[in-house]
Design a protein around this ligand. Structure first.
Ligand SMILES: [Ca+2]
Ligand SMILES: [Ca+2]
Ligand SMILES: [Ca+2]
Ligand SMILES: [Ca+2]
Length: 455
């Protein structure tokens, strides 16, 4: 099933929101901090559905008959500015969400990777049922600083097989970080047999939540995401560069293990010419109810390189799914979707800058190879699937100095040690060299190791 979704992000002022809400798009809410614009025909294949705001049907008085909508766009004021850029699109017609990231200058990133906010399943003998037919959606407005600042609750049916109620809660975003809490309950209406062959149960039979992204060509720099990250049950974070061939193919021989409290992400860098600057997006698994016991991360790169096809899918697989999911089975999940700015290789702590901390983190990974459970492709700057001295040299080139040369005088000597100790003594955040948010003796050892290496 091909989904077509808009790919451009407009930057508008509140006046422009009002001006654009003509006969088609309808501004259904505006409290001076956030405006919601309901779009009847947003270019998606799924039909428009009724939308309610606190129980009252959203209906443009300038059009005849009750209106239905496909997309709800959020225009949110950027803190410290009078700018209201498009900050999120909730595609109520199919349950996809597309978060954007606000910038201090009052703009937002482009739209890129989407998240499909409900399960998909492959009943024996049938194609993947990707999304339910959505029936309706309801908006509620919560407290200005609460987690439910804006909440969208949607209902849908997977024909006569299952039903879904899914709530997307949107806290007020901050600059550089847009979060969405997804909470759903899925219920089987009848027995659902799952395929049992070698690529069946536990292998693309039941997806609990999914990224929908586009990867056309790494060579021509047309992609939403370039890296996949999975945090395993031991807490190890492994980041791999995606490949664009061969295709079609599954990304992994078997789903990569992940557990509650873990996460997986599609990371974007700034090289892409496709929706440049669109965000990296992480899915944190906050809870999944029984009967799901084990899950993992799997992905599929489709044969299509059509930009309108979502050619890269990455999802959370129900690994220990039974041969038959009995009627009445309920699965609940709570997930946190975190969108942050695109970051480039060498920026190991993803803070948007190349610093000594990146150097210390890269130094700590010297000798790592791609098969390692904590491999970080962001440390492999020259992309030879190993972290070596050459990568350290590449980071020094990006930084314009050796990462250990804190006073940037072109020499690594005891003056730099004193500079580090001064930063450390004052608790300066830049003295946190391992990215754990703490400034402690581990960081001092980290600097001294970096210093000894650079000398
Ligand atoms: Ca950095
Ligand atoms: Ca390398
Ligand atoms: Ca120096
Ligand atoms: Ca630290």
């Amino acid at each position: 099933m091909t989904k077509r979704t808009p790919t451009t992000a407009a930057v508008v002022t509140m006046a422009a929101v009002a001006a654009s809400a003509g006969a088609q798009d309808y501004k259904c809410y505006d409290d001076g901090e956030v405006a919601l614009v309901a779009i009847p025909d947003g270019g998606v294949l799924e039909p428009a559905i009724p939308l309610f705001l606190h129980g009252v049907r959203v209906d443009d008085p300038d059009t005849g008959g009750p209106d239905s909508y496909t997309i709800l766009d959020f225009y949110d004021r950027v803190p410290g500015t009078g700018s209201y850029p498009l900050t999120a699109a909730d595609i109520i017609a199919n349950g996809f969400i597309r978060p954007l990231v606000q910038r201090a200058d009052g703009t937002t990133s482009a739209i890129g990777t989407s998240v499909v906010t409900g399960p998909s399943f492959r009943e024996t003998g049938r194609p993947l049922d990707l999304i339910p037919d959505m029936l309706s959606a309801e908006i509620t407005i919560g407290q200005p600083n609460g987690e439910d600042r804006i909440a969208v609750t949607a209902h849908g049916l997977y024909a006569d097989r299952a039903g879904l109620t899914c709530q997307r809660r949107w806290p007020d975003p901050v600059i550089g970080r847009t979060e969405t809490v997804v909470e759903y309950e899925w219920e089987a209406a009848g027995d659902i047999p799952l395929p049992g062959d070698s690529t069946g149960r536990g292998f693309d039979a039941f997806r609990l939540v999914m990224f929908s992204s586009m990867l056309s060509s790494l060579q021509t720099l047309e992609y939403d995401a370039r890296f996949i990250e999975v945090v395993d049950p031991q807490g190890r974070r492994r980041t791999l560069e995606l490949r664009d061939s061969p295709r079609p193919r599954y990304l992994f021989p078997s789903p990569r293990p992940v557990a509650v409290g873990g996460a997986f992400a599609l990371l974007k860098d700034n090289r892409s010419v496709w929706n440049p600057g669109s965000p990296s997006i992480e899915i944190v698994i906050e809870s999944v109810s029984v009967p799901v016991g084990q899950f993992g991360v799997q992905g599929y790169l489709a044969a299509s390189t059509d930009h309108n096809d979502d050619s890269l899918s990455v999802w959370l697989e129900w690994v220990d799914a039974p041969a038959v999911v009995p009627a009445g089975t309920r699965i609940g999940a709570r997930l946190r979707i975190i969108a942050t700015p695109a970051t480039d290789p060498g920026d190991l702590d993803h803070d948007g800058a190349f610093t000594t901390a990146d150097g210390a983190m890269l130094h700590a990974r010297l000798g790592a190879v791609e098969a390692d459970p904590d491999f970080d492709a962001y440390a492999d700057i020259n992309r030879d699937r190993a972290v070596t001295d050459a990568d350290y040299g590449a980071l020094a080139a990006l930084l314009g100095a050796d990462p250990a040369d804190l006073n940037r005088d072109g020499a690594v000597n005891t003056i730099d040690v004193l500079v580090y100790l001064t930063l450390f003594a004052s608790g300066d955040p830049s003295a946190d060299l391992n990215g754990d948010g703490l400034v402690n003796t581990i960081d001092v050892l980290s600097y001294l190791n970096l210093y000894a290496y650079a000398r």
